[in-house]
Design a protein around this ligand. Structure first.
Ligand code: NAD
Length: 471
């Protein structure tokens, strides 16, 4: 069965994944028309904005969109037209953790995936390759196939592929230009293999063949959950060791360096911190926990659950260190929090460790001043309202202030907490910051970002993570 040559792609979901991924496909494949559709009018308007004020911040993204938009890259809210005209459709919608109902707090909410799938079945008038781009539980493609087959019109046929996305926010464009691998899962039938080849041909416009891996559908779906679970597990492992370092006088940088030299372990992802955040790690591990429980594998579920529990422990351990160090009370004290995004080079705040820290500080009735170079004020108020359900927004605003520079944030504060590893925080004029702070002036570096010795020589009392050191 000859693979079809893809000429029109539709991507359902113009978010952190659908937007950059399909913008790069359009850039690299000028012969393919790529339309990214979304129900969210404001988001689509931002993608189409004349001054390229895109809805997400990602280094290099504006350049990609500038080159391709209007040529072969389009953004639209006309989901039906996008579906109808495409021969290949990416489903790149959100799959958050369920907030209520069966499996609440663990299971993935597949409502958006199902709605998008039903829409494809309802409006498609010709055969399509449907590509599951969202991160989903193992065997979701089977549900999608059942829905599509039960609702398809005569003469239409759907092939389902899984093509999970491995980009990391903050480096999405670099990751998409030069991915470690592209994973394509398909049914091992002649039709499945042919559809897989069609998608592989799209990527092969810029990704070398040896980096495009073809596997079975279920392996592909599980590989995405497994990759995120193992990355998060590494962070929780190094953070667990950081607690031992603090208690013993060992130094986590030296430990990470030493173990990273082992070629079986490798040096990456061994940086201790206040904990991981982002929309994916926790969600995907909890999804794996739920899957394991559903499969009657309680020990497997408990194993993965511990990775998330360790992360929660690391965050609360850091908050406690701040309170303990500030003479066991932060009530009425003024704390600057530098960074609100879950990591540097993104404006995304989902599951950000910064939110957990600020929630703890507010519950101790401290005053908090926040600065982040990318996160919008409205987003900060929204996140804090959600994180502190017992406080009204008015009450939160009495305790929290948002400012426009790091130096301004630190002025006259008792302590500075570094919550996100923005490069600019390393380059602050710390002497000026020190001169303007209440004394003693404390710095809590939750990202091992600043030169602690240099700050100590200025006069700061510095607490970092995983270094069995004195203030
Ligand atoms: P997102 O929330 O930024 O974007 C999803 C978009 O889909 C939203 O704009 C929403 O309006 C739209 N949408 C939902 N239902 C729709 C429908 N029926 N029709 C049209 N549009 C619809 O989410 P995201 O961060 O891009 O993540 C998407 C998927 O990719 C998730 O499954 C996520 O787990 C996975 N993923 C995310 C990342 C990441 O770094 N963010 C990385 C890899 C994989």
């Amino acid at each position: 069965m000859a693979p079809i040559k893809v000429t029109k792609i539709c991507c359902i979901g113009a978010g952190y994944v659908g937007g950059p991924t399909c913008a790069v496909i359009a850039l690299k494949c000028p012969h393919i028309t790529v339309t990214i559709v979304d129900l969210n009018q404001a988001r689509v308007d931002a993608w189409n904005s004349p001054d390229f004020a895109l809805p997400i911040y990602e280094p290099g993204l504006v350049d990609v969109v500038k080159q391709a938009r209007g040529r072969n890259l389009f953004f639209s809210t006309d989901v039906d037209k996008g579906i109808r005209e495409a021969d290949l459709i990416f489903v790149s919608v959100n799959t958050p953790t369920k907030k209520s109902g069966v499996g609440a707090g663990f299971a993935a909410d597949l409502n958006y995936v199902e709605s998008a799938t039903r829409r494809i079945a309802a409006v498609a008038t010709s055969s399509k390759i449907v590509v599951e781009k969202s991160t989903v539980p193992c065997r979701t493609a089977e549900s999608m196939r059942t829905i599509l087959e039960a609702n398809s019109k005569a003469g239409t046929h759907f092939d389902i592929l899984s093509n999970p996305e491995f980009l990391a926010e903050g480096t999405a464009i670099v990751d998409l230009f030069s991915p470690d691998r592209v994973l394509i899962g398909s049914l091992q039938t002649p039709e499945g293999k042919s559809a897989s080849q069609s998608l592989s041909d799209v990527y092969n416009n810029w990704v070398p063949k040896e980096r495009i891996l073809s596997v079975g559908l279920w392996s592909s779906e599980l590989s995405k959950l497994a990759a995120n679970a193992m990355l998060a597990q590494r962070i929780s492992s190094i953070n667990a060791l950081s607690a031992i370092c603090e208690a013993t006088g060992a130094n986590i940088d030296e430990v990470a360096h030493a173990i990273g030299f082992d070629s079986r372990i490798g040096p990456k992802f061994l940086r201790a911190s206040v904990g991981f955040g982002g929309s994916c790690f926790q969600k995907d591990i909890l999804n794996l926990v739920y899957l394991s429980e559903s499969l009657h594998l309680p020990q497997v579920a408990a194993y993965w659950r511990q990775v998330v529990e360790m992360n929660e422990y690391q965050k609360s351990r850091f908050s406690k260190t701040v309170v303990d160090t500030l003479f066991n009370t932060i009530t009425g004290k003024h704390i600057a929090v530098l960074g609100f995004a879950f990591k540097a080079d993104t404006g995304d705040t989902r599951e950000s460790a910064s939110i957990s820290l600020i929630r703890d500080f507010l519950s101790e009735r401290a005053y908090v001043t926040i600065y982040d170079p990318q996160v919008e004020e409205a987003q900060i108020w929204l996140d804090l309202s959600e994180a502190c359900p017992t406080l009204t927004l008015e009450a939160i605003k009495k305790q929290v202030n948002i400012v426009h520079s790091a130096v301004e944030a630190c002025k006259q504060k008792e302590a500075v907490v570094i919550a996100t590893e923005w490069k600019e925080f390393r380059e602050i004029d710390w002497q000026t910051v020190y001169d303007d702070m209440s004394k003693p002036a404390f710095v809590f570096d939750g990202r091992l970002l600043v030169d602690a010795e240099k700050l100590r020589s200025i006069g700061f009392k510095v607490t970092t993570i995983g270094r069995g050191e004195r203030l």
